[in-house]
Design a protein around this ligand. Sequence first.
Ligand SMILES: Nc1ncnc2c1ncn2[C@@H]1O[C@H](COP(=O)(O)OP(=O)(O)OP(=O)(O)O)[C@@H](O)[C@H]1O
Ligand SMILES: [Mg+2]
Length: 374
Amino acid sequence: MKNPFIINGYQGSEYFCDREDETKKIVNNLKNGINTTLLSIRRIGKTGLIHHVFTKIQTENTFKCIYIDLYATQNLNDLIEKTASALLSAFPEKKQTGKKLMQLIKGFRPVIQFDTLSGEPQITFDFKQEIQMNHTLQSLFTFLENQQTKTILAFDEFQQINEYPEKNTEAILRTIIQNLNNVQFIFSGSSKHLLMDIFNNSKRPFFASTQAIQLGFIPIEKYSNYIQQHFESNKKHITQEAIYFILDWSKRHTYYTQVVCNRLFSLELKNITIKDVHHSCNQLLNEQEVIFFQYRNLLTSGQWKVLKAIANEGKVYQMLEKQFIQKHALGATSSTQRTFAALLHKEMIYEEQEKEGSYFSIYDCFLSRWLEKL
Ligand SMILES: Nc1ncnc2c1ncn2[C@@H]1O[C@H](COP(=O)(O)OP(=O)(O)OP(=O)(O)O)[C@@H](O)[C@H]1O
Ligand SMILES: [Mg+2]
């Protein structure tokens, strides 16, 4: 029996909860020549949504969808290599267009290797000058522009370009992209860096020309129905109380909710009650304890203390509020402020907006639940 609660990657719309509005919006953008920027905190479902959109749009239209993960890229050269490799995968050499692409790429004197496991091409270039890089990138996009079918290119973890030594990467991409009519883009990344750039630098019109979609938590009712339905269709019964507990305990942070459901499903119980959920949640925390202790070793005692305080509050709206600082005996406001900044930088905590205002929470939901119990 397949566990329907996926905790890795995308496995089709059957295993994908909701995101109907967001999917519609992005598909609509793609059909109407609007590029999209997808933003959210980590592990909410951006990458999943990109693949979901690809699946949908490929059934409706004859778009060519290409996904490029920039997470591991460290410079412009890496980005070009990733792009060229992704293009080669999308246009196999068996076909005429693939042959043309291969010829084009070979002109840039690459080393082409094929991954022994996946068989995917992996290209490395040895550029001596920046102008060669620009030219290569331009040529790759021109190749796409000249195809009969429209290409959709998703750059995931796009905030990574801020880390490149080539500070003009954004300008280079902007120049190329604004002249393309037959290639549509989805840029995706964690909000922190991307949003900072959109709002802090008005000279950067890159994102102004895209529609930004902020991905939030899946609504309670939608997720609750989804969970119920997947248990029921596999002849397992789960109580409403148990489902609501899962959603609350995992804070509806998609990855963590999926992990809890995946665990419960794997227990092969016919009837799942809140007791089973409590047991599984505790088990998950116990299994992760080694990692939590490592976190503690990597943080200063002050950072650990603030982390515990945030865990106990769940959400901290005012980090400098007297009541919060005094209640948790955090000391001087200036040092608390610095500690929050350090924890944000280490991605131990995130800042998110909601109707009530912006708040801070711990990224790793399990760590947060574990800290609460200390
Ligand atoms: N709508 C959904 N329904 C069910 N599972 C989902 C959904 N969206 C995401 N997931 C699952 O949640 C986990 C996190 O999703 P994903 O990797 O897409 O998040 P992300 O926002 O791209 O994270 P990161 O910022 O770390 O790259 C994955 O295991 C994925 O399978
Ligand atoms: Mg992702």
